[in-house]
Design a protein around this ligand. Structure first.
Ligand SMILES: O=C(CO)[C@H](O)[C@H](O)COP(=O)(O)O
Length: 255
């Protein structure tokens, strides 16, 4: 599959989340991996992320591809695996980062760094996700899978906005779609979180499930909105690292 356009906050083909919620019943044997059970919960979570990330890279990355590299803690393992495969299999791949963090990871591993000027089309993009619903709609920017968005991920949907517009955008979202959209505040500095593109983030805590495709399109039409953390119809497959050391795969529903 070929993905067009920008990788910023979107264009996800293979995603992965760590989930302690699912069991391994539905996992195809080919996607099942095993890790030792006698570890602390934190170690298990990290191991699960790693297994999901490795499975995504192993199942989706091939020679001569342009690979979009996402952000977060799980992607660290994906880049480890990319580097391992480049070394072992002499893979010729080009990596396009979605963020400063991703760029640093690519450079740290000596992978071939590119950008959307030189490689405007990606063959595959791999990233973490915070929540995945039954339709493979994702919230980006926690790590649980749910039947419906918001069941487990309580921090809301991130919406990147230009700084001067954050108040009107926040009010418009609340008025039109309910809930509240709050400016995300930084932890290690006074003031708001500032993104890699010098923008702000609103975390929209919605009240109920919605038609996510329509809502996403409407929010993106509000002047001042740069991007949302909603991925509708974009993910081709999600990998869930499970507490028992297996990896569960979820594809979009067949209509
Ligand atoms: O959307 C993201 C960054 O914008 C992350 O991919 C998402 O939040 C998952 O992060 P982690 O792998 O740390 O659980």
């Amino acid at each position: 599959m070929r993905v067009q356009g920008s990788v910023s906050f979107s264009n996800l083909v293979a995603g992965f989340v760590y989930s302690a919620a699912r069991r391994q019943a539905a996992i195809p044997r080919s996607h099942r991996h095993v890790c030792p059970l006698s570890q602390s919960a934190a170690n298990m979570a990290e191991e699960a992320k790693k297994l999901a990330a490795y499975a995504a890279v192993d199942n989706h990355v091939q020679n001569n591809q342009v690979v979009g590299v996402g952000s977060g803690s799980t992607i660290v393992y994906a880049v480890d695996r990319l580097a391992e495969r480049v070394r072992q299999e002499k893979l010729n791949i080009v990596c396009v980062p979605t963020s400063f963090q991703a760029r640093q990871l690519i450079l740290k591993h000596g992978l071939t760094l590119s950008d959307l000027d030189r490689h405007p089309e990606l063959d595959v993009a791999i990233d973490g996700a915070d929540e995945v619903d039954a339709d493979l709609t994702l919230i980006k920017g926690g790590g649980k899978n749910s039947k419906a968005l918001g069941q487990q991920w309580k921090k809301g949907i991130p919406i990147e906005v230009i700084p001067m517009a954050y108040v009107p955008v926040s009010r418009m979202i609340a008025r039109r779609f309910g809930g509240e959209a709050n400016l995300r505040m930084a932890v290690s500095k006074a003031g708001p979180v500032v993104t890699d593109n010098s923008n702000f983030i609103l975390d929209w805590k919605f009240e109920h499930a919605q038609n996510w495709k329509e809502v996403n399109t409407s929010i993106k039409m509000i002047p001042g909105v740069v991007e949302t953390g909603l991925f509708v119809g974009m993910a081709e497959r999600a990998y869930f690292g499970m507490e028992d050391g297996s990896v569960q795969v979820q594809d979009p529903p067949v209509n």
